[in-house]
Design a binder for this molecule. Structure first.
Ligand code: FES
Length: 160
């Protein structure tokens, strides 16, 4: 991983944006990576601007690597004001925003965010609320059949 990307990701992790469940969300999407076992859930709230449906707010919860959390934090910021069609076209390297392009080994972390976004965009306007309230609840009720789950705290000590 390039030093610059690492520095920017560490900065984003120090104060991640839009973390947590959105109680008034219009849509929600959850995905898991079969490769690494990481999971990401994204909530979207829409509004209307100039006669168009646009994303008002986005939030996320993650049991994933630091890169996935950093990208999700960036993505939830840059989704504001985008139409669902515009949001759907965003690629992992665009969702990473100010972090810059993802190092090749981290592309799949950005893809996890991309897939969570698409899953949320595919959701219904009045979302079926997940049977469990949090990803932690999901892990307790639906143990993964394979792979290992890494639980990464949202705020990391930058000294390691
Ligand atoms: Fe699994 Fe990054 S290592 S999402």
């Amino acid at each position: 991983m390039s030093e610059d990307f690492e520095d920017r990701a560490r900065e984003a992790l120090a104060q991640p944006k839009n973390v947590g469940e959105m109680n008034d969300a219009d849509s929600v999407g959850t995905v898991g990576s079969p490769d690494c076992g990481d999971m990401l859930r994204m909530w979207l709230k829409f509004t209307e601007k100039d006669g168009k449906k646009v994303i008002d707010r986005a939030s996320f919860q993650a049991f994933g690597c630091q890169t996935a959390i950093a990208v999700a934090s960036m993505a939830t910021e840059l989704l504001k004001g985008k139409t669902p069609e515009e949001a759907r076209l965003l690629k992992p390297n665009e969702l990473s925003g100010d972090l810059g392009p993802l190092p090749p080994m981290k592309i799949h972390c950005g893809q996890l965010v991309e897939q969570a976004l698409k899953s949320a965009l595919d959701g219904k306007d009045a979302p079926a609320k997940p049977a469990v309230e949090t990803l932690a609840g999901n892990l307790h009720t639906e143990p993964p059949s394979s792979g290992k789950i890494k639980i990464v705290p949202f705020v990391e000590d930058a000294n390691d």
